[in-house]
Write a protein that binds this ligand. Structure first.
Ligand SMILES: [Zn+2]
Ligand SMILES: [Zn+2]
Length: 383
């Protein structure tokens, strides 16, 4: 009785039970039957499609409304997401929005300050039921309501897909172990790592107002969700790995679906705002380092840093505004059907020249910033 008061027995036995089964059945199968290609491929296909349904569907679409999706994409994400066995999209989004609203406080359902394992999975095992709130927008979607009512059944149907491959290939046991049991455990823990490891290990390039970290190692394991510092700063952005070299397979898939006309309305923060946030964090860290230097040398360096940062901020904002205005101008001329081709060429040349001037101003501001930064760093090394 006391046990049931502290722990949610269904969740606890499911999480521990599937892990225990995987830890015993996988080595047993490997020892007795080896590993077949179809088992690996089916397991990976299931891990990827269900994990992406959580990342692209439960997380970026339903929890954060970072883009708009056709009913077909919503339906697929809801069906495959159910097979993660992480509750319905409605409940998941309610918990997740609470996490963002109250991050790192007592009201954060998976607050890292209560420890790695709490944030990772024991919060799911606790008997304390969290209310479903702050999701009235999602409740209007009939597909979300349907999935909320039947998510166990939908999840069971999708999760058992590998068994059909098992029946067709005469290897039911192998596909049950790798395609169902191991897959469930892998899906669980890859998602859970975002709440635990991505709040503990990694860098904070955009904000240090919360514990969320960017972790490049986690990104490929979590379908691109490893850039969690970026995500907490701009949770409504459809990307998590926003820079071109960062792994974000969910973003790539969404870009493909956008090209196919199935999703759209992507929300994204501007490159200039991202760079400015990075700069502010860098300046903050340099100032912290300067607090170790004597006030006599620190004060002028602080002033130089600030001046360089203000100048760079302004140059970034000006170039961004120019780009926006240029985009608008282009759209206007397109709407006119390029009626006056000669005049259009003149306008284009003027804009190009003005953009080039802004770019030059920006590179000069960058040079000043780098010089100020170097001065702080070398002053501290040689002092
Ligand atoms: Zn988080
Ligand atoms: Zn989020």
């Amino acid at each position: 009785m006391a046990l049931a008061k502290r722990w949610n027995l269904l969740n606890t036995s499911f999480l521990i039970g599937t892990l225990a089964l995987a830890l015993t059945l996988v080595p047993w199968r490997l020892a007795t039957s080896g590993l077949r290609w179809s088992e690996v491929l089916v397991c990976l296909a299931m891990v990827f499609s269900i994990g992406t349904a959580i990342s692209g569907g439960y997380h970026r679409l339903f929890s954060h409304r970072a883009y708009k999706a056709s009913w077909f994409v919503r339906f697929l994400f809801l069906c495959f997401g159910a097979a993660a066995f992480e509750n319905s999209a409605l409940k998941w989004s309610s918990d997740h929005r609470m996490h963002h609203r109250h991050v790192d406080t007592d009201l954060d359902p998976y607050a890292i300050k209560r420890g790695f394992w709490h944030a990772h999975w024991t919060w799911v095992m606790e008997a304390k039921a969290l209310p479903v709130e702050g999701v009235a927008d999602l409740e209007k979607d009939p597909l979300v309501r349907w999935q909320h009512r039947h998510h166990f059944l939908i999840g069971a149907v999708v999760a058992s897909l590998p068994l059909w491959v098992g029946l067709a290939t005469g290897n039911l046991a192998g596909h049950l172990v790798f395609g169902v049991v191991l897959r469930i455990v892998l899906t669980h823990h890859t998602t859970f790592f975002i709440n635990s490891a991505a709040h503990l290990f990694g860098s904070r390039p955009y904000t240090d107002a919360n514990t969320a970290r960017d972790n490049w190692l986690l990104a490929p394991l979590t379908y691109g969700e490893g850039y969690h510092n970026f995500h907490h700063q701009w949770q409504w952005d459809y990307r998590n790995g926003a820079l071109w070299y960062q792994w974000d397979s969910t973003k790539w898939l969404l870009n493909l679906l956008n090209w196919m006309g199935l999703v759209g309305g992507f929300r994204r923060v501007s490159d200039a705002a991202m760079t400015r946030a990075r700069l502010h964090m860098e300046e903050k860290r340099l100032r912290e380092r300067l607090s170790l230097a004597s006030p006599g040398s620190a004060t002028p360096m602080k002033a130089r840093l600030e001046a360089a940062r203000v100048k760079l901020d302004a140059a970034l904002a000006a170039l961004h505004d120019r780009h926006e205005a240029w985009g608008q101008k282009k759209a206007e001329w397109r709407a006119k059907g390029h009626a006056k081709a000669e005049a259009w060429r003149e306008v284009k040349a003027e804009w190009r020249a003005s953009l080039a001037a802004h770019r030059q101003e920006l590179s000069a501001a960058w040079a000043e910033w780098r010089a100020a930064r170097l001065e702080v760093r070398s002053a501290l090394v040689y002092s």
